[in-house]
Design a protein around this ligand. Structure first.
Ligand SMILES: CC(C)=CCC/C(C)=C/CC/C(C)=C/CC/C(C)=C/COP(=O)(O)OP(=O)(O)O
Ligand SMILES: O=P(O)(O)OC[C@@H](O)CO
Ligand SMILES: [Mg+2]
Length: 260
């Protein structure tokens, strides 16, 4: 076998299998610097398909927290969602190897992932290639500020779709449409739909998703994965309702495809 072939790893295979069977994924974002993150993980562990771990402003104790979380969640994968090169630990299973494609600063488009690459290799982390795309109103959130995002206007969904197509041609299998943690409003259904239609890569949607109804519509529109962070930090009891809505939409999407 020729060595240049990029092999899809176990975590990504597992996610793809769930997608095939259930039509949608639910990722819960855990900020390792949140003081009660372990309690949150205990409450949500039976409802997520993966824990994604990261923060945009500094990170401490990542090794210890990740080890502790891994013990609680068993074989559910922990995927790192690094805000910078310090967001890496060998105790996770995988990492979103991401480029913030619409940053104005080449540090966030290519330099941070490049500096992190050798650590990822040494830690034996599975790299999942992902375009990270900052969508309005991300400029008003921490990641938009830190990442110097040239935000994609919500009224121009075709721009997001073009980035997703570009990501696909770069070999990325995932694109994350991000409105920013705690965003006043999430990425529009239309933007999700055109991005999925044009690129047909796996679309993750996050930022400002606060109700099961909103999550349901994102999945029906074409989202393959939904991320919630703030909602679960504030109210972990919402996790079951959220999962149910995402999985219901996923199954409906599978049925719609079969009937086509
Ligand atoms: C692949 C490697 C090693 C690095 C990639 C580094 C890149 C491109 C980062 C993009 C810019 C960035 C700051 C991303 C942060 C993503 C993230 C972990 C967001 C989580 O939400 P927060 O922004 O922490 O929310 P709060 O601060 O509101 O809690
Ligand atoms: O905190 P929320 O608004 O759920 O956003 C989650 C995630 O998209 C942030 O990176
Ligand atoms: Mg945070």
């Amino acid at each position: 076998m020729c060595g240049v072939m990029m092999v899809i790893g176990d975590v990504e295979k597992r996610l793809n299998k769930i997608l095939e069977k259930e039509g949608a994924l639910y990722f819960i974002l855990i900020d390792p610097d949140e003081k009660n993150c372990i309690d949150i993980v205990k409450k949500v562990k039976d409802y997520a398909d993966a824990i994604i771990m990261g923060g945009s402003i500094g990170i401490t104790n990542l090794n210890e927290i990740t080890k502790e979380i891994k013990e609680i969640i068993g074989d559910m994968p922990i995927i790192l969602f690094p805000g910078n090169v310090d967001g890496l630990t060998p105790y996770a299973d995988a990492v979103f190897f991401m480029s913030l494609m619409n940053s104005n600063n080449t540090y966030w488009t290519t330099m941070a992932p490049t500096l992190g690459a050798i650590t990822i290799k040494k830690y034996n982390l599975e790299a999942i290639p992902m375009a990270y795309l900052g969508i309005e109103p991300i400029k008003r959130t921490a990641v938009g500020f830190v990442g110097e995002v040239n935000e994609i206007p919500q009224r121009k969904p075709e721009i997001a779709a073009l980035y997703c197509l570009s990501a696909k041609y770069f070999g990325m299998r995932w694109a994350y449409l991000e409105a920013g943690s705690g965003a006043e409003f999430p990425v529009s259904n239309e933007m999700v739909a055109v991005s999925k239609r044009l690129s047909d890569i796996n679309i993750i949607v996050g930022g400002g998703i606060r109700t099961p109804e909103v999550a349901y519509k994102k999945v029906i529109s074409g989202a393959d994965a939904i991320v919630t962070g703030t909602l679960i930090e504030d109210n972990p009891n919402m996790v079951k309702e959220m999962r149910d809505a995402i999985k219901k939409a996923g199954m409906e999407k599978i049925k719609m495809k079969e009937n086509k």
